[in-house]
Write a protein that binds this ligand. Structure first.
Ligand code: A3P
Length: 313
């Protein structure tokens, strides 16, 4: 049987968003770096989901770090509070395993007390057991203009720390518009989960970053209800929801020492400085980076792609 590497070498490829030779490959309709595709292939073969699992799904740069923190804080609130939570000493990516990296080889190396896992895999490429089991899926999406700007800065900051050069913003923008971004096309990613959430509203909670920023308390309650960890009226009176919202706020998390100076996956080739996951955490920052023409181009693609879906971004 051909190895994953051999299969990947036969896939359509495009240059990635840096001057390195790390290309993006088209696998099952989405673009992805080969390291992650190997993990996806392996997870598709090996991962066995449990009914109690809560799977946090997202395209990159849409609020994953935040959603992981909130979900982890909700699920662990009877064990820890806002002064003892592991989130105060660890990046949320270190509290919630990543399917295509941490769980790709086996589903047994998990903390049995932690029902959370996360992935960027599009809905139609998720391991069968996640789709078939009664586990819950929580999906977050974000306005494509902010998501692109966030993505570009992430790659630029990552490149600086790894002695690589990002492509120019304009070139990355063209690639993004063509759908050539890690786990892209972005619109297909969002639509896959959107349609699935309409078909299976009990299984998939579909969230928008902007709405969560607008009323975080409301969405934290919704999230807790959906994943089966509802807040009691006593907890609400005691301020448990507000404490989780404050603890997981951009201001709080980005100012923690671990997120200012710590590193994720230290000692591996995939090492990333934690601070790269925190930039501004604002809605509408695209205005500072995109020309009106670029914004109009992205808006028009979004309108066209989402036409008839009932979803707006
Ligand atoms: P910006 O680059 O626009 O600031 P992801 O977690 O999916 O990689 O997405 C990263 C984006 O989420 C970044 O957006 C980052 O600043 C923002 N973010 C990180 N932590 C956040 C938090 N606690 N609250 C709101 N946004 C957050």
């Amino acid at each position: 049987m051909a190895s994953f590497k051999e299969i990947i070498s036969t896939l359509p490829r495009r240059k990635g968003w840096t001057d390195s030779n790390n290309d993006l490959f088209l696998y099952q309709g989405f673009w992805c770096y080969s390291f992650f595709i190997e993990g996806v292939m392996s997870a598709q073969q090996n991962f066995q989901s449990q009914p109690s699992d809560i799977v946090i799904c997202s395209a990159p740069k849409t609020g994953t770090t935040w959603l992981k923190s909130l979900t982890f804080a909700i699920v662990t609130r009877t064990t820890f509070d806002d002064s003892t939570s592991p989130l105060l000493a660890n990046l949320s990516h270190d509290c919630v395993p990543f399917l295509e990296v941490d769980l790709a080889q086996s589903s047994t190396n998990r903390d049995p007390k932690n029902p959370l896992l996360a992935t960027h895999v599009p809905y139609s490429s998720l391991p069968r057991s996640i789709i078939d089991s009664s586990c819950k899926i929580v999906y977050i999406c974000r306005n494509p203009k902010d998501s692109f700007v966030s993505f570009y800065h992430f790659i630029a900051r990552l490149s600086a720390s790894k002695d690589m050069k990002p492509v120019a913003l304009e070139e990355a923008f063209e690639l993004y518009c063509q759908g050539v971004s890690n786990y892209g096309p972005y619109w297909d990613h969002v639509l896959g989960f959107w349609k699935a959430s309409l078909d299976r509203p009990d299984k998939i909670l579909f969230l928008k970053y902007e709405e969560m920023i607008e009323d975080t308390v409301l969405y934290v309650k919704k999230l807790a209800d959906f994943i089966g960890y509802p807040f009691s009226s006593e907890e609400i009176k005691k301020g448990s929801v507000d404490k989780i919202v404050s603890m997981c706020s951009f201001e709080n998390l980005s100012n923690l020492e671990v997120n200012k100076s710590g590193k994720h996956r230290e000692g591996t080739p995939g090492v990333i400085e934690n601070k790269i996951y925190f930039r501004k955490g604002k809605v509408g920052d695209w205005e500072n980076y995109l020309t009106p023409e670029m914004a109009a181009q992205l808006d028009s693609i979004t309108l066209q792609k989402l036409n008839g879906s009932g979803l707006t971004l």
